[in-house]
Ligand binder design. Structure first.
Ligand code: FDA
Length: 450
Protein backbone atom coordinates (compact mmCIF):
# COMPACT_ATOMS: atom_id res chain seq x y z
CA UNK A 1 0.00 0.00 0.00
CA UNK A 2 1.39 3.45 -0.93
CA UNK A 3 1.83 5.95 1.88
CA UNK A 4 1.00 9.63 1.55
CA UNK A 5 1.32 12.57 3.90
CA UNK A 6 -2.23 13.56 3.02
CA UNK A 7 -5.07 11.82 1.19
CA UNK A 8 -7.72 14.28 -0.02
CA UNK A 9 -11.21 12.97 -0.75
CA UNK A 10 -12.91 15.08 -3.45
CA UNK A 11 -11.47 17.04 -6.39
CA UNK A 12 -13.72 20.08 -6.15
CA UNK A 13 -12.17 23.51 -5.62
CA UNK A 14 -11.76 22.79 -1.88
CA UNK A 15 -9.88 19.51 -2.32
CA UNK A 16 -7.70 20.81 -5.15
CA UNK A 17 -6.80 23.93 -3.13
CA UNK A 18 -5.72 21.72 -0.21
CA UNK A 19 -3.69 19.50 -2.56
CA UNK A 20 -2.00 22.47 -4.30
CA UNK A 21 -0.99 24.19 -1.09
CA UNK A 22 0.34 20.96 0.47
CA UNK A 23 2.17 19.90 -2.69
CA UNK A 24 3.80 23.34 -2.91
CA UNK A 25 5.02 22.84 0.68
CA UNK A 26 6.64 19.54 -0.31
CA UNK A 27 4.05 17.12 1.06
CA UNK A 28 3.15 13.85 -0.71
CA UNK A 29 -0.51 14.23 -1.61
CA UNK A 30 -3.12 12.02 -3.27
CA UNK A 31 -6.58 13.20 -4.38
CA UNK A 32 -9.37 10.63 -4.79
CA UNK A 33 -12.38 11.73 -6.83
CA UNK A 34 -15.61 9.77 -7.31
CA UNK A 35 -16.54 11.34 -10.64
CA UNK A 36 -14.73 10.95 -13.95
CA UNK A 37 -13.75 14.65 -13.88
CA UNK A 38 -12.52 17.33 -11.50
CA UNK A 39 -14.43 20.46 -10.44
CA UNK A 40 -17.35 19.08 -8.41
CA UNK A 41 -20.09 21.71 -8.51
CA UNK A 42 -18.22 23.62 -11.24
CA UNK A 43 -18.77 22.25 -14.73
CA UNK A 44 -18.48 23.91 -18.14
CA UNK A 45 -20.00 21.74 -20.84
CA UNK A 46 -20.76 21.89 -24.49
CA UNK A 47 -24.41 20.86 -24.68
CA UNK A 48 -25.58 20.44 -28.28
CA UNK A 49 -23.27 23.17 -29.49
CA UNK A 50 -23.89 25.64 -26.67
CA UNK A 51 -21.24 26.19 -24.01
CA UNK A 52 -22.97 26.19 -20.63
CA UNK A 53 -21.79 26.81 -17.09
CA UNK A 54 -23.88 24.06 -15.58
CA UNK A 55 -22.86 24.81 -11.96
CA UNK A 56 -21.26 27.84 -10.30
CA UNK A 57 -20.20 30.70 -12.55
CA UNK A 58 -20.28 34.21 -11.04
CA UNK A 59 -17.57 36.09 -9.20
CA UNK A 60 -18.30 39.11 -6.97
CA UNK A 61 -15.95 41.95 -5.95
CA UNK A 62 -15.76 40.95 -2.25
CA UNK A 63 -14.53 37.40 -3.01
CA UNK A 64 -10.89 38.14 -2.25
CA UNK A 65 -9.74 34.50 -2.07
CA UNK A 66 -11.29 33.63 -5.45
CA UNK A 67 -10.04 36.84 -7.08
CA UNK A 68 -6.50 36.14 -5.82
CA UNK A 69 -6.61 32.56 -7.14
CA UNK A 70 -7.96 33.68 -10.54
CA UNK A 71 -5.03 36.08 -10.67
CA UNK A 72 -2.53 33.40 -9.56
CA UNK A 73 -3.83 31.05 -12.28
CA UNK A 74 -3.62 33.81 -14.91
CA UNK A 75 -7.29 33.53 -15.85
CA UNK A 76 -9.26 36.43 -17.30
CA UNK A 77 -12.74 37.69 -16.49
CA UNK A 78 -15.51 39.61 -18.21
CA UNK A 79 -18.60 41.46 -16.96
CA UNK A 80 -22.11 40.10 -17.05
CA UNK A 81 -24.25 41.96 -19.63
CA UNK A 82 -26.46 44.42 -17.76
CA UNK A 83 -27.26 47.40 -20.02
CA UNK A 84 -30.95 48.33 -20.14
CA UNK A 85 -33.98 47.96 -17.91
CA UNK A 86 -34.72 45.10 -15.56
CA UNK A 87 -38.18 43.53 -15.16
CA UNK A 88 -40.18 42.94 -11.99
CA UNK A 89 -43.56 41.24 -11.62
CA UNK A 90 -45.31 42.27 -8.40
CA UNK A 91 -47.90 40.75 -6.12
CA UNK A 92 -50.59 42.35 -8.30
CA UNK A 93 -49.28 40.34 -11.27
CA UNK A 94 -48.31 43.52 -13.14
CA UNK A 95 -45.03 43.56 -15.08
CA UNK A 96 -42.95 46.70 -14.55
CA UNK A 97 -39.50 47.70 -15.81
CA UNK A 98 -36.95 49.47 -13.60
CA UNK A 99 -33.35 50.66 -13.35
CA UNK A 100 -30.93 49.97 -10.53
CA UNK A 101 -31.39 47.46 -7.73
CA UNK A 102 -34.65 48.69 -6.14
CA UNK A 103 -37.75 46.82 -7.28
CA UNK A 104 -40.63 49.04 -8.55
CA UNK A 105 -43.00 48.49 -5.63
CA UNK A 106 -45.28 50.98 -3.83
CA UNK A 107 -43.62 53.65 -1.69
CA UNK A 108 -44.73 51.98 1.52
CA UNK A 109 -43.42 48.57 0.44
CA UNK A 110 -40.13 50.13 -0.71
CA UNK A 111 -39.74 51.81 2.70
CA UNK A 112 -40.44 48.51 4.46
CA UNK A 113 -37.90 46.65 2.29
CA UNK A 114 -35.32 49.34 3.03
CA UNK A 115 -35.98 49.11 6.76
CA UNK A 116 -35.69 45.30 6.75
CA UNK A 117 -32.49 45.37 4.70
CA UNK A 118 -31.03 47.88 7.18
CA UNK A 119 -31.99 45.68 10.12
CA UNK A 120 -30.47 42.59 8.48
CA UNK A 121 -27.32 44.58 7.66
CA UNK A 122 -27.14 45.57 11.35
CA UNK A 123 -27.51 41.97 12.52
CA UNK A 124 -24.96 40.73 9.95
CA UNK A 125 -22.42 43.37 11.01
CA UNK A 126 -22.46 41.84 14.52
CA UNK A 127 -21.62 38.35 13.19
CA UNK A 128 -18.30 36.67 12.48
CA UNK A 129 -19.48 34.30 9.74
CA UNK A 130 -16.98 31.69 10.98
CA UNK A 131 -18.81 31.53 14.33
CA UNK A 132 -22.47 32.59 13.90
CA UNK A 133 -23.33 30.88 17.20
CA UNK A 134 -21.43 33.67 18.98
CA UNK A 135 -23.77 36.37 17.64
CA UNK A 136 -25.29 38.26 20.62
CA UNK A 137 -28.80 37.21 19.45
CA UNK A 138 -27.78 33.76 18.22
CA UNK A 139 -30.11 31.64 20.40
CA UNK A 140 -33.14 33.80 19.72
CA UNK A 141 -32.52 34.05 15.95
CA UNK A 142 -31.81 30.33 15.57
CA UNK A 143 -35.13 29.32 17.18
CA UNK A 144 -37.31 31.15 14.71
CA UNK A 145 -37.72 30.54 10.98
CA UNK A 146 -36.73 33.37 8.66
CA UNK A 147 -40.36 33.52 7.43
CA UNK A 148 -41.66 33.90 11.01
CA UNK A 149 -39.00 36.51 11.78
CA UNK A 150 -40.05 38.51 8.70
CA UNK A 151 -43.71 38.24 9.76
CA UNK A 152 -42.77 39.67 13.17
CA UNK A 153 -41.00 42.58 11.49
CA UNK A 154 -43.62 43.73 8.98
CA UNK A 155 -47.27 43.38 7.95
CA UNK A 156 -46.40 44.15 4.35
CA UNK A 157 -46.56 40.82 2.41
CA UNK A 158 -44.73 42.11 -0.68
CA UNK A 159 -41.87 43.43 1.48
CA UNK A 160 -41.65 40.04 3.20
CA UNK A 161 -41.76 38.17 -0.10
CA UNK A 162 -38.99 40.30 -1.59
CA UNK A 163 -36.65 40.17 1.40
CA UNK A 164 -37.39 36.44 1.78
CA UNK A 165 -36.49 35.94 -1.90
CA UNK A 166 -32.89 37.10 -1.46
CA UNK A 167 -32.06 34.33 1.02
CA UNK A 168 -34.72 31.64 0.46
CA UNK A 169 -35.09 30.84 -3.26
CA UNK A 170 -32.01 32.80 -4.34
CA UNK A 171 -29.34 31.57 -1.90
CA UNK A 172 -30.14 28.73 0.52
CA UNK A 173 -32.71 27.47 -2.04
CA UNK A 174 -35.08 26.36 0.70
CA UNK A 175 -38.46 27.82 1.72
CA UNK A 176 -38.01 30.68 4.22
CA UNK A 177 -40.02 28.70 6.81
CA UNK A 178 -37.46 25.86 6.82
CA UNK A 179 -34.29 27.65 7.96
CA UNK A 180 -33.63 29.95 10.87
CA UNK A 181 -33.29 33.73 10.92
CA UNK A 182 -29.72 33.07 12.15
CA UNK A 183 -28.96 31.12 8.96
CA UNK A 184 -30.30 34.06 6.94
CA UNK A 185 -28.01 36.45 8.85
CA UNK A 186 -25.10 34.05 8.24
CA UNK A 187 -25.80 34.10 4.50
CA UNK A 188 -25.69 37.91 4.62
CA UNK A 189 -22.58 38.11 6.83
CA UNK A 190 -20.74 35.61 4.61
CA UNK A 191 -21.31 37.92 1.63
CA UNK A 192 -20.22 41.08 3.46
CA UNK A 193 -23.75 42.27 4.34
CA UNK A 194 -27.40 41.89 3.38
CA UNK A 195 -27.14 44.88 1.02
CA UNK A 196 -24.80 42.81 -1.15
CA UNK A 197 -27.37 40.01 -1.49
CA UNK A 198 -29.92 42.57 -2.68
CA UNK A 199 -27.58 43.94 -5.34
CA UNK A 200 -27.45 41.55 -8.32
CA UNK A 201 -24.86 43.74 -10.04
CA UNK A 202 -22.56 43.12 -7.07
CA UNK A 203 -23.24 39.47 -6.32
CA UNK A 204 -23.35 38.36 -9.98
CA UNK A 205 -20.67 40.68 -11.26
CA UNK A 206 -18.19 38.86 -13.49
CA UNK A 207 -17.49 35.53 -15.20
CA UNK A 208 -14.25 33.75 -16.02
CA UNK A 209 -13.30 33.56 -19.70
CA UNK A 210 -13.86 29.92 -20.68
CA UNK A 211 -15.98 29.26 -17.58
CA UNK A 212 -15.37 29.05 -13.83
CA UNK A 213 -14.48 25.33 -14.06
CA UNK A 214 -11.15 26.52 -15.45
CA UNK A 215 -10.17 27.24 -11.81
CA UNK A 216 -10.26 23.57 -10.64
CA UNK A 217 -8.95 22.38 -14.02
CA UNK A 218 -5.93 24.68 -13.66
CA UNK A 219 -5.41 23.62 -10.03
CA UNK A 220 -5.42 19.95 -11.06
CA UNK A 221 -3.03 20.64 -13.94
CA UNK A 222 -0.47 22.06 -11.50
CA UNK A 223 -0.25 18.78 -9.56
CA UNK A 224 2.18 16.02 -10.60
CA UNK A 225 0.69 13.38 -12.89
CA UNK A 226 -1.11 10.65 -11.02
CA UNK A 227 -1.90 12.88 -8.00
CA UNK A 228 -5.60 13.06 -8.88
CA UNK A 229 -7.24 9.67 -9.31
CA UNK A 230 -10.66 9.86 -10.99
CA UNK A 231 -13.47 7.29 -10.74
CA UNK A 232 -12.34 6.39 -7.22
CA UNK A 233 -15.24 6.90 -4.84
CA UNK A 234 -14.10 6.52 -1.24
CA UNK A 235 -16.31 4.00 0.52
CA UNK A 236 -14.52 3.28 3.81
CA UNK A 237 -11.94 4.89 6.08
CA UNK A 238 -10.19 3.01 8.88
CA UNK A 239 -8.50 5.43 11.24
CA UNK A 240 -6.44 5.69 14.42
CA UNK A 241 -4.82 8.74 16.00
CA UNK A 242 -1.71 8.08 13.82
CA UNK A 243 -3.32 8.03 10.40
CA UNK A 244 -5.92 6.40 8.20
CA UNK A 245 -6.41 3.91 5.40
CA UNK A 246 -8.78 5.06 2.71
CA UNK A 247 -10.57 2.44 0.61
CA UNK A 248 -12.06 2.81 -2.85
CA UNK A 249 -13.34 0.15 -5.26
CA UNK A 250 -9.86 0.06 -6.78
CA UNK A 251 -7.47 0.13 -3.87
CA UNK A 252 -6.45 1.25 -0.41
CA UNK A 253 -4.27 4.28 0.35
CA UNK A 254 -2.58 5.22 3.58
CA UNK A 255 -2.39 8.83 4.75
CA UNK A 256 -1.02 10.52 7.87
CA UNK A 257 -3.92 12.95 7.38
CA UNK A 258 -7.15 12.60 5.41
CA UNK A 259 -9.12 15.65 4.27
CA UNK A 260 -12.79 15.04 3.46
CA UNK A 261 -13.27 17.85 0.93
CA UNK A 262 -16.88 16.89 0.22
CA UNK A 263 -20.21 18.49 1.21
CA UNK A 264 -21.15 17.65 4.86
CA UNK A 265 -24.05 15.52 3.64
CA UNK A 266 -21.69 13.22 1.71
CA UNK A 267 -19.28 12.81 4.64
CA UNK A 268 -21.87 10.40 6.09
CA UNK A 269 -21.93 8.29 2.95
CA UNK A 270 -18.48 6.92 3.82
CA UNK A 271 -18.14 4.12 6.40
CA UNK A 272 -15.79 4.97 9.29
CA UNK A 273 -14.03 2.38 11.42
CA UNK A 274 -14.23 3.24 14.24
CA UNK A 275 -17.43 5.28 13.74
CA UNK A 276 -17.25 9.07 13.93
CA UNK A 277 -18.02 10.49 17.41
CA UNK A 278 -21.80 10.80 18.06
CA UNK A 279 -21.91 14.58 17.67
CA UNK A 280 -20.35 14.32 14.19
CA UNK A 281 -22.89 11.74 13.05
CA UNK A 282 -25.83 13.58 14.66
CA UNK A 283 -24.82 16.98 13.28
CA UNK A 284 -24.83 15.82 9.68
CA UNK A 285 -28.43 14.62 9.99
CA UNK A 286 -29.40 18.26 10.57
CA UNK A 287 -27.72 19.56 7.41
CA UNK A 288 -29.31 19.25 3.99
CA UNK A 289 -28.87 20.46 0.45
CA UNK A 290 -31.23 23.05 -0.95
CA UNK A 291 -32.93 22.48 -4.30
CA UNK A 292 -32.73 24.75 -7.31
CA UNK A 293 -32.98 24.03 -11.02
CA UNK A 294 -30.60 26.19 -13.05
CA UNK A 295 -32.11 26.72 -16.51
CA UNK A 296 -30.15 27.67 -19.63
CA UNK A 297 -32.29 28.90 -22.53
CA UNK A 298 -30.62 29.95 -25.79
CA UNK A 299 -32.23 32.04 -28.54
CA UNK A 300 -31.17 32.85 -32.08
CA UNK A 301 -30.34 36.38 -30.87
CA UNK A 302 -30.41 38.15 -27.48
CA UNK A 303 -33.75 39.66 -28.54
CA UNK A 304 -34.40 41.29 -25.14
CA UNK A 305 -31.47 43.67 -25.74
CA UNK A 306 -33.31 45.12 -28.77
CA UNK A 307 -36.29 45.73 -26.49
CA UNK A 308 -34.08 47.82 -24.16
CA UNK A 309 -33.95 45.06 -21.53
CA UNK A 310 -30.87 43.89 -19.64
CA UNK A 311 -32.24 40.38 -19.28
CA UNK A 312 -32.38 40.77 -15.48
CA UNK A 313 -35.81 39.79 -14.15
CA UNK A 314 -37.21 39.09 -10.68
CA UNK A 315 -40.46 38.05 -9.13
CA UNK A 316 -41.21 36.18 -5.92
CA UNK A 317 -44.52 35.31 -7.66
CA UNK A 318 -43.09 33.76 -10.82
CA UNK A 319 -42.06 30.13 -11.28
CA UNK A 320 -38.67 31.52 -12.38
CA UNK A 321 -37.94 33.86 -9.47
CA UNK A 322 -34.82 35.38 -11.12
CA UNK A 323 -33.28 35.38 -14.59
CA UNK A 324 -30.31 37.05 -16.29
CA UNK A 325 -28.58 37.51 -19.62
CA UNK A 326 -25.98 34.74 -19.65
CA UNK A 327 -24.69 35.10 -23.20
CA UNK A 328 -21.10 33.90 -23.60
CA UNK A 329 -19.47 37.25 -24.34
CA UNK A 330 -16.09 35.50 -24.43
CA UNK A 331 -16.98 33.25 -27.40
CA UNK A 332 -15.85 34.94 -30.60
CA UNK A 333 -18.54 35.27 -33.25
CA UNK A 334 -21.34 34.32 -30.82
CA UNK A 335 -24.59 35.74 -32.20
CA UNK A 336 -26.99 33.72 -30.06
CA UNK A 337 -28.30 34.98 -26.73
CA UNK A 338 -28.64 32.86 -23.61
CA UNK A 339 -30.81 33.49 -20.57
CA UNK A 340 -30.19 31.76 -17.27
CA UNK A 341 -33.09 31.35 -14.84
CA UNK A 342 -33.70 29.61 -11.53
CA UNK A 343 -36.62 27.60 -10.14
CA UNK A 344 -36.18 26.96 -6.45
CA UNK A 345 -37.40 24.96 -3.44
CA UNK A 346 -41.15 24.08 -3.46
CA UNK A 347 -41.60 25.47 -6.98
CA UNK A 348 -38.81 23.11 -8.07
CA UNK A 349 -40.63 20.20 -6.37
CA UNK A 350 -43.71 21.03 -8.44
CA UNK A 351 -41.75 21.38 -11.66
CA UNK A 352 -39.88 18.12 -11.18
CA UNK A 353 -43.21 16.30 -10.86
CA UNK A 354 -44.07 17.23 -14.48
CA UNK A 355 -43.01 15.65 -17.76
CA UNK A 356 -40.01 17.15 -19.58
CA UNK A 357 -42.32 18.73 -22.15
CA UNK A 358 -44.59 20.31 -19.51
CA UNK A 359 -41.60 21.62 -17.55
CA UNK A 360 -40.24 23.33 -20.64
CA UNK A 361 -43.66 24.84 -21.47
CA UNK A 362 -44.14 26.22 -17.92
CA UNK A 363 -40.65 27.71 -17.81
CA UNK A 364 -40.97 29.35 -21.23
CA UNK A 365 -44.36 30.82 -20.26
CA UNK A 366 -42.77 32.29 -17.13
CA UNK A 367 -40.01 33.80 -19.28
CA UNK A 368 -42.55 35.17 -21.76
CA UNK A 369 -44.20 37.05 -18.89
CA UNK A 370 -40.86 38.80 -18.32
CA UNK A 371 -39.55 39.29 -21.88
CA UNK A 372 -42.53 38.87 -24.20
CA UNK A 373 -43.71 36.22 -26.69
CA UNK A 374 -40.28 35.77 -28.29
CA UNK A 375 -39.17 33.95 -25.16
CA UNK A 376 -41.46 31.06 -26.18
CA UNK A 377 -39.27 29.97 -29.11
CA UNK A 378 -35.71 29.17 -28.01
CA UNK A 379 -33.24 27.19 -30.08
CA UNK A 380 -31.97 25.31 -27.04
CA UNK A 381 -33.31 24.50 -23.56
CA UNK A 382 -31.36 22.79 -20.76
CA UNK A 383 -31.93 22.07 -17.05
CA UNK A 384 -28.87 21.53 -14.84
CA UNK A 385 -29.16 18.09 -13.24
CA UNK A 386 -27.49 18.53 -9.82
CA UNK A 387 -30.43 17.26 -7.78
CA UNK A 388 -30.21 13.85 -9.47
CA UNK A 389 -26.41 13.64 -9.34
CA UNK A 390 -25.35 11.25 -6.59
CA UNK A 391 -22.10 13.19 -5.89
CA UNK A 392 -23.97 16.41 -5.08
CA UNK A 393 -27.72 15.66 -4.67
CA UNK A 394 -28.98 19.24 -4.62
CA UNK A 395 -27.90 22.81 -5.30
CA UNK A 396 -26.37 25.24 -4.56
CA UNK A 397 -25.16 24.11 -1.15
CA UNK A 398 -26.09 22.77 2.26
CA UNK A 399 -27.41 24.48 5.38
CA UNK A 400 -28.69 23.58 8.84
CA UNK A 401 -32.29 23.12 9.88
CA UNK A 402 -33.84 25.43 12.51
CA UNK A 403 -31.97 25.46 15.82
CA UNK A 404 -29.02 23.39 14.60
CA UNK A 405 -26.53 26.15 13.78
CA UNK A 406 -26.24 27.01 17.48
CA UNK A 407 -26.57 23.38 18.55
CA UNK A 408 -23.92 21.87 16.26
CA UNK A 409 -22.20 24.62 14.24
CA UNK A 410 -19.09 24.75 16.44
CA UNK A 411 -18.30 21.10 15.52
CA UNK A 412 -18.37 21.66 11.75
CA UNK A 413 -14.67 22.33 11.37
CA UNK A 414 -13.38 20.11 14.23
CA UNK A 415 -10.91 17.40 13.24
CA UNK A 416 -11.53 13.79 14.30
CA UNK A 417 -8.11 12.18 14.89
CA UNK A 418 -6.34 12.36 11.48
CA UNK A 419 -9.58 13.35 9.66
CA UNK A 420 -10.22 16.97 8.66
CA UNK A 421 -13.37 18.31 7.00
CA UNK A 422 -13.59 21.11 4.45
CA UNK A 423 -15.97 22.44 1.79
CA UNK A 424 -17.63 25.68 0.77
CA UNK A 425 -20.64 24.59 2.86
CA UNK A 426 -18.73 25.06 6.12
CA UNK A 427 -17.04 28.33 5.18
CA UNK A 428 -17.50 31.67 6.96
CA UNK A 429 -16.79 34.32 4.34
CA UNK A 430 -17.81 32.87 0.97
CA UNK A 431 -20.21 30.35 2.58
CA UNK A 432 -21.74 28.19 -0.22
CA UNK A 433 -19.50 29.88 -2.81
CA UNK A 434 -16.24 29.06 -4.59
CA UNK A 435 -14.55 31.81 -2.57
CA UNK A 436 -15.45 29.89 0.61
CA UNK A 437 -14.18 26.61 -0.89
CA UNK A 438 -10.75 28.22 -1.43
CA UNK A 439 -10.75 29.75 2.06
CA UNK A 440 -11.61 26.36 3.63
CA UNK A 441 -9.00 24.54 1.52
CA UNK A 442 -6.31 27.03 2.49
CA UNK A 443 -7.25 26.89 6.18
CA UNK A 444 -7.07 23.08 6.32
CA UNK A 445 -3.75 23.02 4.42
CA UNK A 446 -2.28 25.61 6.82
CA UNK A 447 -3.50 23.60 9.83
CA UNK A 448 -1.91 20.40 8.52
CA UNK A 449 1.37 22.20 7.75
CA UNK A 450 1.39 23.71 11.23
P1 FDA B 1 -17.78 20.20 -4.50
O1 FDA B 1 -19.10 19.60 -4.26
O2 FDA B 1 -17.61 21.05 -5.70
O3 FDA B 1 -16.66 19.08 -4.55
C1 FDA B 1 -16.71 17.90 -3.80
C2 FDA B 1 -16.12 16.77 -4.63
O4 FDA B 1 -16.09 15.59 -3.84
C3 FDA B 1 -16.95 16.45 -5.87
O5 FDA B 1 -16.11 16.44 -7.01
C4 FDA B 1 -17.52 15.04 -5.58
O6 FDA B 1 -17.65 14.27 -6.75
C5 FDA B 1 -16.45 14.48 -4.66
N1 FDA B 1 -16.90 13.41 -3.75
C6 FDA B 1 -18.00 13.38 -2.97
N2 FDA B 1 -18.03 12.24 -2.25
C7 FDA B 1 -16.93 11.54 -2.58
C8 FDA B 1 -16.40 10.27 -2.19
N3 FDA B 1 -17.01 9.49 -1.30
N4 FDA B 1 -15.22 9.86 -2.74
C9 FDA B 1 -14.55 10.62 -3.63
N5 FDA B 1 -15.02 11.83 -4.05
C10 FDA B 1 -16.19 12.27 -3.53
N6 FDA B 1 -20.66 29.47 -6.36
C11 FDA B 1 -20.15 30.66 -6.75
O7 FDA B 1 -19.14 31.11 -6.19
N7 FDA B 1 -20.74 31.36 -7.77
C12 FDA B 1 -21.85 30.90 -8.42
O8 FDA B 1 -22.35 31.53 -9.37
C13 FDA B 1 -22.39 29.66 -7.99
N8 FDA B 1 -23.52 29.15 -8.60
C14 FDA B 1 -23.83 27.83 -8.42
C15 FDA B 1 -24.79 27.23 -9.24
C16 FDA B 1 -25.08 25.88 -9.11
C17 FDA B 1 -26.12 25.25 -10.00
C18 FDA B 1 -24.39 25.10 -8.13
C19 FDA B 1 -24.68 23.62 -7.97
C20 FDA B 1 -23.44 25.70 -7.31
C21 FDA B 1 -23.16 27.06 -7.44
N9 FDA B 1 -22.19 27.69 -6.65
C22 FDA B 1 -21.74 28.94 -6.99
C23 FDA B 1 -21.59 26.98 -5.52
C24 FDA B 1 -20.20 26.44 -5.84
O9 FDA B 1 -20.24 25.73 -7.05
C25 FDA B 1 -19.75 25.52 -4.70
O10 FDA B 1 -19.82 26.24 -3.48
C26 FDA B 1 -18.30 25.04 -4.84
O11 FDA B 1 -18.00 24.67 -6.17
C27 FDA B 1 -18.10 23.85 -3.90
O12 FDA B 1 -16.77 23.36 -3.96
P2 FDA B 1 -16.32 22.19 -2.99
O13 FDA B 1 -15.00 21.71 -3.49
O14 FDA B 1 -16.42 22.62 -1.58
O15 FDA B 1 -17.42 21.03 -3.18
Amino acid sequence: MTDFDVVVVGAGVTGLTVANRLHAAGRRVLVLEARDRVGGRLLTEDVEGVRLEVGGQWVSPDQAALLALIDELDLEMYSRYRAGDSVYIGRDGVRRTFEGEKFPVSETTAAEVERLVKELDRLAAMMDPLSPWEHPDAEELDRISFAAWLAEQTDDPEARDNVGLYVGPAMLTKPAHSFSALSAVLMAASAGGFSHLVDADFILDRRVVGGLQRVPLALAARLPEGTVRLDEAVTKIEWTEDGATVFTGRGAYRGRHVVLAVPPTLVSRVQYIPALPPVQAQMRQHISFGLVIKLHITYETPFWRDLGLSGTAFSPYSLVHEAYDNTNEDVEGETRGTLVGFVSDVKADGLLALSAEERRRKVLEALAAYYGEQALTPVHYYESPWMADEWTVGAFGTSFDIGSLTRYGRHLRSDVGPLAFASSDIAGLGFQHVDGAIRMGEAVAARILA
